[in-house]
Design a binder for this molecule. Structure first.
Ligand code: HEC
Length: 171
């Protein structure tokens, strides 16, 4: 009986040692955080903005800083780009500003004041850079749109907004 107990004790001790050994081995050689694909994807580099893009943060700074930035639309006003702009307008703007850009959409009507018309003289007088700044950071918007509308899509939307309203001439 005494012998049995000793054998059982030794076997138990060996099993614990073996378990600890296997665990140590797995920890030393097993997969690391940086081998995991879902972690590595966060290390991916973001694509560069299109050439000639203007940083909105700078444009949103003090007036002198804003004036110093040359706000030129880097996206050409081709029919294809305008129609892409129309699609993006459908994603991000139409439910407030409406089909015609007059604030006639259901979500827009809930605002006070309702979304400003996008075919107004005021909006027409803006250059594309000012228009993009107004659409991302202007009253009635901030700060959500600046976070969700990709910068490149803004320039397409600006091209499309130019075509809104009866007197607008598509470039
Ligand atoms: C949540 C509703 C909502 C969404 C979405 C929205 N807007 Fe607006 N927008 C408003 C409101 C409200 C105003 C401000 C009306 C006012 O203060 O007179 C405004 C104002 C503007 C102005 C300024 C007009 C002016 O006369 O100064 C522009 C330009 C504009 N929006 C463009 C856009 C574009 C382009 C999009 C899509 C990227 C967009 N908005 C998305 C509600 C919205």
């Amino acid at each position: 009986m005494k012998r049995l107990l000793i054998i059982a004790g030794v076997l138990g001790g060996l099993a614990v040692l073996a378990g600890a050994g296997i665990l140590l081995y797995r920890v030393a050689t097993g997969p690391r955080m940086y081998h995991q694909e879902n972690i590595r994807s966060y290390e991916a580099l973001m694509p560069l903005p299109p050439a000639g893009s203007v940083p909105l943060e700078a444009a949103a700074g003090p007036p002198e800083a804003a004036a110093a930035v040359s706000l030129v639309n880097p996206v050409a006003a081709t029919p294809e780009n305008i129609s892409r702009g129309e699609t993006y307008y459908g994603y991000y703007c139409r439910f407030c500003h409406g089909e015609e850009g007059r604030g006639e959409a259901d979500a827009g009507k809930g605002y006070l004041p309702i979304p400003a018309p996008l075919d107004s003289d005021r909006v027409r007088a803006m250059n594309d850079g000012q228009l993009v700044r107004a659409m991302l950071l202007g009253t009635g918007h901030q700060p959500v749109l600046a976070r969700i509308v990709p910068v490149e899509s803004c320039w397409h939307i600006a091209l499309f907004v130019r075509t809104l309203g009866p007197a607008a001439t598509a470039p």
